[in-house]
Ligand binder design. Structure first.
Ligand code: GLN
Length: 490
């Protein structure tokens, strides 16, 4: 088995036992990325020199006998909305095409301190607005399972990189599904942590009341390792919680005996692919076989959640993206006066989806429309939160779909924003309530494309997600899923 085919946990063991060096590991992923990138295009900016320098530093420390964290020497890919000192952070936008942050996001400081070599910055929908990575201002990323299909989004580059073996682990961000949906489309694991579990300091904001950073990995154990490293209180982000971070890896094999699982009746109306519904039902039966008690569950107000999410997201976007004025960050296009400069910089710097949300958000926050739209959306949000609270009185976990179908074709939805938003129907209500959720690969559709199932837990119960997802993964056969990619020269 090649190094780039191994899980982070396997690599960690080999590195600790000094069977391989961190430089060998980094080189293997760099070479694999050289081979697959012409097909997949998962990265906006690759940083092989930086990765090798990081790996050399780890090897030097290990040869001096230092005891290093478990992920030391395991390389990482980073979504391009997470600031990296000295490496451009574009958010896949023309506006920030040449923007080099003066410092690292808090999560980047943590992964650097743990000795993870950084492979580069991954493609995404512009400012994380989208579900296919086609809204990148630069190029679309392709799904390694079928190059004519999208990898999902907005963290599509991160999911595609892990799936294609161009990184063993990646960081993504999830505001309304952007970790879980691309993970499902690419046959990898993606976890959205509880709101407040992981610091967002230095992460370019989309919708601040929902943004979270989380792991994308080949296996549940790998995701658990990475979450354990990045989670925890951060003085630079006062929404982070002081709730202690447990050792997620330790609980993985506890099984699901006695867990109460609610099977969401809202997931699976007529327009869902029957293969998706079947995958969720099969997962429910497996959990039952493992000793979980599975009963039907309902979140009665989630049918209003998609509209509420879009309005709240747009409102927060219109406020957060006000800072891109041509003066403080990124692109500046001169004009005859300051207003012309603002308008030209924004007019040229932002793509169509960003502009659509800015217009919608500014409209719903305007004095006349505020009550009818924004306040109404906040009321729906309160009802959705209440739905989750009462569901978690009865259940430890909720089980449902991630997406109505497997990965769709490039170009299929990009000109129809409503169809694109609709594909997010199962993944936007959790973020409204701040709850954690995981997408774990489970089954395939009729075209052989991977499907995910989604598990959701009460706030700060990520360990339950890992336990149940690990159980499902093992029941599927413990090997990570791998697409048949045929890069030339390999
Ligand atoms: N697809 C969703 C949207 O377009 C989610 C985005 C995200 O989570 N960053 O808003």
């Amino acid at each position: 088995m090649k190094l780039y085919e191994m899980t982070a946990l396997e690599l960690s063991r080999l590195l600790q036992e000094k069977e391989v060096s961190a430089v060998e590991v980094a080189r293997s992923f760099i070479e694999r990325a050289d081979a697959v990138e012409p097909l997949v295009q998962a990265y906006i900016t690759r940083t092989p020199e930086e990765a090798l320098a990081g790996a050399e530093a780890v090897d030097a420390k290990r040869s001096r006998g230092e005891v290093l964290p478990p992920l030391a020497g395991v390389p990482l890919a980073i979504k391009d909305n997470i600031c990296t000192r000295g490496v451009r952070t574009t958010c896949a936008s023309r506006f920030l095409e040449d923007y080099v942050p003066p410092g690292d996001a808090s999560v980047i400081s943590k992964v650097r301190a743990a000795g993870m070599p950084l492979l580069g910055k991954t493609n995404m929908d512009e400012f994380a607005m989208g579900s296919s990575t086609e809204n990148s201002a630069f190029f679309p990323t392709r799904n390694p399972w079928d190059l004519s299909r999208v990898p999902g989004g907005s963290s599509g580059g991160s999911a595609a990189a892990v799936s294609a073996g161009a990184a063993p682990l990646a960081l993504g961000s999830d505001t309304g599904g952007s970790i879980r949906q691309p993970a499902a489309f690419c046959g990898v694991v993606g976890l959205r942590p509880t709101y407040g579990r992981v610091s967002r300091a230095g992460v370019v904001a989309l919708a601040s009341s929902m943004d979270q950073v989380g792991p994308i990995a080949l296996t549940v154990a790998d995701a658990a390792l990475l979450l354990e490293l990045i989670a925890g209180e951060d003085k630079a982000d006062f929404t982070t919680s002081s709730e202690p971070v447990p050792s997620y890896l330790d609980v993985l094999s506890q099984g699901v005996q006695g867990l109460r699982v609610g099977l969401l009746v809202e997931d699976g109306p007529a327009n869902f692919d029957p293969a998706v519904v079947a995958a969720v039902q099969k997962a429910a039966r497996k959990l039952e076989e493992g000793g979980a008690v599975v009963e039907e569950a309902s979140l009665p107000h989630v049918s209003y959640a998609l509209e509420a999410y879009q309005l709240i997201c747009a409102a927060e976007v219109s406020s957060n993206l006000g800072r891109f004025d041509g003066v403080r960050y990124g692109r500046c296009v001169a004009g005859e006066n300051v207003y012309a400069m603002f308008s030209r910089s924004r007019g040229e710097g932002f793509g169509p989806e960003v502009k659509r949300r800015l217009l919608l958000g500014t409209y719903v926050l305007s004095k006349k429309q505020y009550d009818a739209y924004y306040l109404q959306a906040l009321r729906v949000r309160a009802l959705v939160c209440r739905d989750y609270q009462s569901a978690f009185k009865r259940f430890d976990l909720l089980l449902g779909a991630v997406t109505p179908t497997a990965a769709f074709k490039l170009g299929e939805k990009v000109d129809d924003p409503l169809a694109m938003y609709h594909a997010d129907i199962c993944i936007v209500h959790g973020p409204l309530a701040g709850v954690p959720a995981i997408s774990v690969p489970y089954g395939f559709d009729g075209d052989g494309l991977p499907l995910g199932v989604q598990l959701t837990a009460a706030p700060y119960r990520e360990e339950l997600l890992f336990r149940a997802a690990h159980f499902l993964e093992q029941s599927r056969g413990a090997e990570p899923l791998r697409p048949q990619l045929s890069p030339s020269g390999l």
